[in-house]
Design a protein around this ligand. Structure first.
Ligand code: 5AD
Ligand code: SF4
Length: 481
């Protein structure tokens, strides 16, 4: 644990248990803010910005929940009374973006001296980042990492007792704190954490170093959260974990991910379940069977390939080969013919040859991915791949990226075409005033735009898929299914 520059002044008689202790800090800050609102006769605003993945987006909802409980009102503007940047460090460009934005916040703070700036998330787990912030950005108020986001109120309280930045970054999580407030981005769909951390140590990846070891949440808490969300109008949940197939391994008694998803699907009123992300090395037959037979589970599997070259997969520590990956895809398709398979691909991993890259293109064609997130390898210091020979030049990477995108585009639009003319149920997720169009998401994760009213938001409706535009459809609402 790195404790830094914190005062020891606490209010008397604080509860020791969590989350009661955090509620005590939230109540103190709430009373103080109410006083300030009255004195200054205005609302106080918050801006919570997420960088990175769905796990971070979920954490941001928890951070916004705490601030909302205290009395802050959300705003899209970064010129807010409190700004939280929930950062990502999976690739270098994520870090670069954050530094640029912090510089901008510093300029804003000059004309808004009471502003509080909070930095948290994966990037803050890296020592060199903390050093740089201390040196170059002295106007930051609070810094914490990924393991103690539940402490936001306590850390803000400590900041008010001090004249300096409060830094509390921990190496590991000592517990999972449940039952703090959350402010959902959407009323109709929500993420639910089922586990934290990762034990896989893929050689390019920084996540295990910044998110720590795997910890599964208790299934009772997961089901209870899903029930609560569903009661409040949520139709679709996304079960979140770095490697959901490992769910339950550290629980007593153990529980498989397939068993968990079956339990979650029993929640009344819940209509759709998605999950992110399974590792191809241990996607079980039990899970494939559950997806096939359980009508609430979306027929969509996000299966990160990373590379199609068995040689590189070994260097990446992925524990599967080109052949076994393709065999897995075949097995999934055989049992769930409707399934959409999507993926993540990295190009330019150290030592990647033209032949390795051709293997990746070959898998893209054979696996028939519906879409792919494609990344240029980014060197993360502290990971084994950062020390490997044969870093690939930018020029080769961008040339390969272009070819990869072309191939993915070709394959994906052919896959999407299959649904043309069909009528499918969609969850209405967005409405655009200017076009008068609603955007709905199909079970297989494709989007369809169709003329409709704003009142459809959050509803499940039938839509005829008239025209395939590659990655999305144009459609029309239909009364039949
Ligand atoms: N460089 C590029 N892409 C990466 N990913 C993880 N680490 C790196 C890295 N160092 C990608 C992987 C992973 C996704 C979330 O991010 O494809 O599946
Ligand atoms: Fe990173 Fe691999 Fe863990 Fe995914 S499974 S978070 S790529 S180490």
């Amino acid at each position: 644990m790195i404790y830094d520059e914190i005062t020891k002044t606490y209010p008397v008689s604080l509860p020791e248990e969590e989350p009661a202790r955090q509620y005590a800090f939230m109540d103190i800050l709430k009373a103080e803010l109410a006083d300030r609102m009255q004195r200054e006769n205005r609302m106080f605003t918050m801006h919570v910005e997420t960088f990175g993945c769905q796990m971070n987006a979920k954490d941001s909802e928890k951070l916004a929940g705490i601030l909302s409980y205290i009395g802050y009102v959300p705003t899209d503007s970064e010129d807010a009374d409190i700004v939280v940047y929930n950062t990502c460090t999976v690739r270098e460009n994520a870090n670069t973006r954050v530094y640029g934005r912090i510089g901008y916040l510093g300029r804003l703070k000059k004309s808004h001296p009471g502003m509080r700036i909070v930095l948290c998330g994966c990037m803050m787990q890296e020592e060199h980042v903390i050093e740089k912030i201390k040196k170059s950005y002295p106007f930051i108020d609070v810094i914490f990492g990924t393991h103690n986001i539940y402490m936001l109120a306590e850390l803000l309280y400590r900041r008010e007792q001090s004249t300096k930045c409060v830094i509390d970054v921990r190496k590991e999580a000592d517990r999972i704190v449940e039952d703090l407030p959350s402010l959902q981005k959407y009323g109709f769909k929500a993420g639910v954490n089922i586990m934290y951390g990762c034990n896989n140590f893929c050689t390019y990846c920084i996540v295990p170093y910044v998110r720590g070891r795997e910890r599964s949440r208790n299934p009772i808490d997961i089901v209870r959260e899903t029930e609560m969300l569903t009661k409040n109008g949520v139709r679709e949940v996304m079960l979140l974990g770095q490697n959901v197939n490992s769910y339950g391994k550290n629980l007593e008694p153990g529980m498989s991910f397939a068993e968990l998803i079956r339990e979650v699907s029993k929640v009344d009123g819940l209509q759709r379940i998605r999950f992110m992300t399974p590792h191809p090395k241990d996607l079980s037959d039990e899970l494939i069977e559950e997806i096939a037979v359980n009508p609430k589970i979306c027929k969509h599997v996000h299966l990160p390939l990373q590379s199609g070259s068995s040689r590189l997969l070994k260097l990446m520590n992925r524990h599967y080969t080109k052949k076994s990956f393709l065999a897995l895809v075949d097995k999934i398709r055989e049992r769930i013919p409707e399934v959409a398979i999507t993926t993540d691909i990295i190009i330019g991993f150290p030592g990647e040859t033209e032949e390795d890259f051709e293997d990746t293109l070959d898998v893209v064609r054979k696996a028939r991915f519906m879409s792919a997130f494609t990344f240029i390898y980014s060197k993360r210091s502290g990971t084994p791949a950062a020390e490997m020979d044969g870093q690939v030049s930018e020029e080769i990477c961008s040339e390969r990226m272009k070819r990869l995108l072309d191939t993915v585009g070709e394959v994906a639009s052919k896959e999407a075409e299959r649904y043309t003319g069909r009528t499918e149920t969609v969850l209405c997720e967005e409405y655009r005033e200017d076009t008068g169009c609603v955007t709905g998401r199909l079970d297989n994760n494709l989007l369809v735009h169709f003329p409709g009213e704003k009142t459809l938001l959050g509803e499940m409706v039938s839509v005829k898929l008239s025209e395939c535009k590659g990655f999305y459809y144009i459609g029309e609402q239909s009364s039949d299914l």
